[in-house]
Design a protein around this ligand. Sequence first.
Ligand code: SAM
Ligand code: SF4
Length: 322
Amino acid sequence: MLIDGYGRVVDYLRISVTQRCNFRCKYCMPKTPFSWVPHENLLSYEELFLFVKVAIDEGVKKIRITGGEPLVRKDIDKFIKMISDYAPDIDLALTTNGFFLKHYAKLLKEAGLKRINMSVDTLVPQKAAMLAQRSVLHEVLEGLEEALKAGLKVKINTVALKGINDDELVYLLEFAKERNCEIRYIEYMENTHANDELVGLRASEILDIISKKYTIKEVGKAPNSPSTSYEIDDGYKFGIIDPHKHDFCDSCNRIRLSAEGLLIPCLYFEEALSIKDAIKKGDIAAATEVLRKVLQNKPQKNKWEAAKENEVSNRAFYQTGG
Ligand code: SAM
Ligand code: SF4
């Protein structure tokens, strides 16, 4: 079992398989050039898998593949299959913008993937194009339908933004409900990489908007989840991830691995240690040692909480894996 310096059991590994992305979302990487990450810096799937096996053997029970956009990394289904074959019972999920799902959904399901989280911030093509800085909605919605058809369980992630999708939050909820998907609204996390004109909606504002149409009952947080769950009149449940409330560190159970081999104990990548050398040499004992050190360094609270009110985080979601 993996236990950090504050006695928390760590059983959830998030792997960012690439920093690259085919979108340029305004809240994530609006100014990043399209050709900036050298592929040769990445650990191969075989190398990442060496570490995944260590993590599973030491007690990791849940793995999420993310990025960047994980589906832009070639043969991602093969990596999923490696993990799934090694640990068929592991809770294996992927977070995606959905653009390439039309092609990948069936392959991912066959490879052993169980669940996906998909980002859908708007159902208006022009707004989606404005946010992602390219025309995307048609492919995203096709991808969503394909994922459902393939039998993947889908959660929809929606970053709630003032003046952009606040008028669509109810419509998005109904869209998700009709497809038997849970929707989770995410409070926008201000960060230095994002477009500084964006203003996010707080959880209370999201609830105000939805309560104009539905009666809402708070259900609470599932263990280790950053999302608070709510129920509307007919029993449909939705979630809100409210990082501004700063109340999920006490039950944090996760560590993150970047595509370059940085093992990140918390949202801030400055505190990370690299497993790259150990993994490149195939030195499992050394990789396990790095894992133990990172767990000991896992901070009690994320630095964002320690920051002054309104201070903007330097965290890049696409580097550490959102
Ligand atoms: N490309 C995939 C996607 O968009 O789903 C996976 C990576 S993305 C970094 C993971 C999640 O982070 C997405 O749901 C995205 O909406 C969220 N995200 C990115 N920047 C954010 C920000 N500044 N505030 C809140 N959520 C953010
Ligand atoms: Fe790409 Fe996801 Fe970031 Fe959007 S949120 S730019 S889709 S990594």
